[in-house]
Design a protein around this ligand. Sequence first.
Ligand SMILES: Nc1nc2c(c(=O)[nH]1)N[C@H]1C(S)=C(S)[C@@H](COP(=O)(O)O)O[C@H]1N2
Ligand SMILES: [Mo]
Length: 349
Amino acid sequence: MYIKVKRGIAIASSEITPESVYHSRRKFMQGAGLALGAGLAGTSLLPSAASAQAGGYEIKSAGDLNLAEKTFWLEQKVMARKPAPQSGPYTTDENITPFDTATTYNNFYEFGTGKQDPSNRARDFRVDPWTVEVKGECGKPGNYTLEDILRPHTLEERIYRMRCVERWSMVIPWVGFPLADLLSRFEPNGNAKYVEFLTLVDPGQMPEQRSRFSTLEWPYHEGLRMDEAMHPLTIMAVGIYGNVLPAQNGAPMRLVVPWKYGYKGIKSIVSINFRETEPPTSWNDYAANEYGFFSNVNPNVRHPRWSQAREMRLPTPLFAAQERETLMFNGYEEEVASLYAGMDLRKFH
Ligand SMILES: Nc1nc2c(c(=O)[nH]1)N[C@H]1C(S)=C(S)[C@@H](COP(=O)(O)O)O[C@H]1N2
Ligand SMILES: [Mo]
């Protein structure tokens, strides 16, 4: 386990840690014992309640996570990773969204359409054993266990902005590895122009898949153009806030594509399919005029029912709405604009 400490961040009063987080931090500190406490005493950050924010994010013990059946080997792997540089070309130093917000305000329609449904209903979600089917235009198709998939990869931390098409945003510290490193292991061939991903279908565990009124069709499906999938910003995430992914955030493994609207970040992946043609995608199937295949964050292209020029950074404390401008490609324009050179981004939204 390690503690992430960020230097010199001004703490707005709106960001003082809620009491519940403070108590769970205390619990963690007691559990972690003297050695850790002594190490921290040297920093001036502790033990004030505000330190969780100043420290970048709250550390959770595995017991705090909403993952009923623990994948211990994965936990070991996530926690044994070398701390990533505090900020690199791909990591933002914006204030990180509190853990409790990122894990109780979720979109994971398999568990219901309410923001609290995933954290309430995914408690017993089983992620072990987990198999991923790899198929299509590649040299190494097959069924891979999660352990096969993850074993060779060194995990790193990426702190990314996440912008949902619904106009809220967060800053989340992911733990994962470049998707490109995974995909190249399967040796995509010259016909692989796109890659398609599917989420698990398991109505026994996912209540919305039993509903006759569900918004989306299952499995949840998403896709990227191959150059987007291979871009160094695109990661496969297996953790957040220094620990394994809670079920509601897409355990055991989900996509993160930070310059696109959040719904491209498909959760709980069980299938990877290399294709020559553009794959259908869940929200595009639902309403093609509202949700395009590309779904790049773009303040200049309206959603038919609302402007995308601004966003609300969560959480929104009472009396202090954190509204801000939405940035082109969610602030990753320098890195990704060249992928779309010459394209009409209004047409290919
Ligand atoms: N399988 C699946 N993946 C999904 C979704 C979903 O409903 N099902 N929702 C998407 C949407 S709309 C968003 S904004 C992000 C939310 O990720 P988070 O809950 O980890 O913040 O997950 C995306 N991935
Ligand atoms: Mo979203």
